[in-house]
Ligand binder design. Sequence first.
Ligand code: ATP
Length: 337
Amino acid sequence: MNESVIETRQVTKSYGSLQALNQVSIHVKQGEIYGLIGDNGAGKTTLLKALAGLIWPDSGEIRLFGQHGEKRLEQCRRQMGTMIESSGFFPSLTVETNLEYYRILKGIPGRKKTAEILRLTGMWEHRKKKGRELSMGMKQRLGLAIAMIGEPRLLLLDEPINGLDPSGMIAFRNLLRRLNEERNITILLSSHILSELQLTADTFGFLSKGQLIEEISARDLEEKCADSLLITVSDPDRYAAALDHAFPDERWRVLPDKVIQLFHPEHSPEEYSRLAAEHQILVTGLEHRRHSLEDYYLSTPPPHFPTPGWWPTPSCSARRPWWLPLSSTMNTEKTGA
Ligand code: ATP
């Protein structure tokens, strides 16, 4: 799972004065599902187009399967299936004929391949329908079938879940998981439906105004979004010692401004307060915290902020995004502490 299938190094693309991509460096590993998250206009499609060779970056480098240089990239792109902007089917042709067209275009021998992909993508029973007669979910599946016909090792899917109803989303998500797990296909998909990506992706790349804000694994994201209890106390050192003694299995850390963060707390808030009282420690704030992916995304620093290493971890104010410096916000919460 460690070999990089996609790596971009400081890829930049401008349209006139508009910088659609600004020094974007992403890393997609072999066998993973990578979710590219960003608002409208963030640059997702532009990045996917650059990877697919549909546009040229102004600067920076693209590596596919460890290869770089345009000639090698062109060869690598034969192992890539794409669904970018439109599903690329002909509305007046049947599903089956559409797929046959792409099979022949790509030089894939045997009609059996078409039947196999129709079955794989759940389009077999709809194979006689014309493109224009398809529902949104079927259109997305046909788009995926077209991307799959060349037996790709890598799929680039631009907003594939867009427009699907909830059951369509679940079915499409399951299909992507199957392709990933059973055929070991690496998938890069973009979306602004964050909760849907949270159920699908192994790694997330947050794109905003052309810049990659953060790349984070699902596990690390889960950790950052974990249930936690934030306790503000008068004496964090003594309270930490008391915690250690009373609840040795608890995981916690000390944050600035006398806040202790307990991960997955096993006891009730009252018990933590009682523990403080027993040690003559004053509790001045207690807050249960859980970030959804939406919260996390909305609190991701805007591009003008300094390097990612600077960002603090979630802290104790629910009223401010966690990326704001702690010192700029804690005054009101600390009154009387
Ligand atoms: P969406 O979610 O709306 O599809 P996106 O994240 O895919 O958005 P892009 O389509 O990559 O965003 O667009 C990034 C920016 O580049 C936008 O401001 C867009 O208007 C601009 N842009 C994209 N293609 C072109 C083009 N061919 N000419 C001029 N500007 C463009």
